[in-house]
Design a protein around this ligand. Structure first.
Ligand code: XMP
Length: 333
């Protein structure tokens, strides 16, 4: 698939049958492109890179080397799931890198959101490049580029200004030159999900809500500390668990917890208890350019509040953010 333009004749992939035909075609194309050479892939665990990984495992098996970089800003159990699904169940050639200390040390004391994004993006490339240099005989780099990415680059090239620098993975250093393998670059997100299902990936992975590249880094507001990041991760896991249980997970486009760097006075076990607030955000959107607020039933909010304040060390209040986009962006940073 060499063209970056989706032909008008290309049918929208809406069924498992159409997805299977697409997969068969891509398996042939990838095999023809890479022959017996090795292919490297940065596997974040997001929908796009996961679908590319599953597709390439089908096409070239162990010739694919997946590198999962845990930047320490993943949600609870996320890296563990990548290892379980790809390393164990799909028996992929998977390199797992725990780079938590590298990232958190660099981020210590940095409070400006765009500086945080830049540090995370740059370090991600460095960690990935370090791993790539250790490998021999790799000639190809697979990427989970999808059609909206291509359309967005065209817009960027036309000089339209972005509100936030979303692109986390820039180019690799000069000494690492690979030919690109981009099997899903002409697909829209809904089509990628159908292809993922046809490849047998778990529903929760294929329908995973969007998660920003800088991860919890832009939800642990201001300068990140390990204790506040830990509290955020636990509170976020509780929110996700409760949304799963009441069916909201299927209905809401993106939902998460934000923990700002402020403390308020509370009381616990009859003593003063200073803690951070956990802010809940739950939005619906079609294109992330505008977003509306989901109406969460009061009983669900009540349960989440009870659980977070009882179970998460360091959090003593729960707030619900009612601000649509605009005027608030979806993320707080
Ligand atoms: P905002 O906050 O701009 O978010 O309204 C719109 C969508 O983009 C996601 N987002 C990011 N994704 N890197 C990403 O890959 C980023 O730096 C980033 N910042 C925001 C956000 O989660 C939402 O889905």
């Amino acid at each position: 698939m060499n063209s970056n333009v989706r032909p008008e004749s290309m049918a929208r992939i809406t069924t498992l049958e159409l997805a299977k035909a697409f997969i068969d075609e891509q398996v042939k194309e990838v095999r023809a492109q890479v022959g017996d050479k090795k292919v490297l892939l940065a596997l974040s665990g997001g929908v796009d890179s996961s679908v590319v990984a599953a597709l390439l495992i089908k096409a070239i098996g162990k010739q694919l080397i997946c590198v999962h970089v845990n930047h320490g800003l993943m949600r609870k159990d996320e890296s563990e799931n990548v290892v379980k699904i790809f390393g164990e169940e799909l028996d992929a050639n998977l390199v797992y890198v725990d780079a938590t200390d590298r990232f958190l040390n660099l981020l210590a004391g940095v409070s400006d959101p765009e500086s945080k994004r830049k540090i995370i993006g740059k370090e991600f490339i460095e960690v990935f490049a370090d791993e790539a240099r250790k490998l021999e005989g790799v000639e190809f780099l697979a990427q989970g580029t999808i059609y909206p990415d291509i359309l967005e680059s065209i817009k960027a090239a036309e000089g339209k200004k972005a509100v936030k620098s979303h692109h986390n993975v820039g180019g690799l250093p000069e000494d690492l030159k690979f030919e690109l393998v981009e099997p899903i670059k002409l697909l829209f997100k809904d089509e990628v999900r159908v292809v993922g299902e046809a490849l047998g990936l778990p529903h929760a992975m294929v329908y995973r809500q969007p998660f920003p590249g800088p991860g919890l880094g832009v939800r642990c507001l201001g300068a990140i500390t390990r204790d506040r990041l830990g509290a955020l991760r636990e509170a976020d896991a509780i929110l996700r668990d409760e949304f799963d249980k009441c069916g909201l997970a299927e209905k809401v486009w993106q939902y998460f917890v934000v923990v700002p760097d402020i403390k308020s006075v509370g009381v616990k076990d009859e003593s003063r208890y200073e803690g951070w607030p956990a802010i809940i955000r739950a939005v619906n959107t079609t294109d992330a350019m505008t977003a509306s607020i989901e109406e969460i039933p009061y009983a669900v909010l009540h349960k989440i509040t009870q659980r977070i304040t009882n179970e998460v060390e360091g959090i003593n209040r729960v707030l619900y953010d009612l601000t649509p986009k605009p005027v608030g962006t979806i993320e707080w940073e």
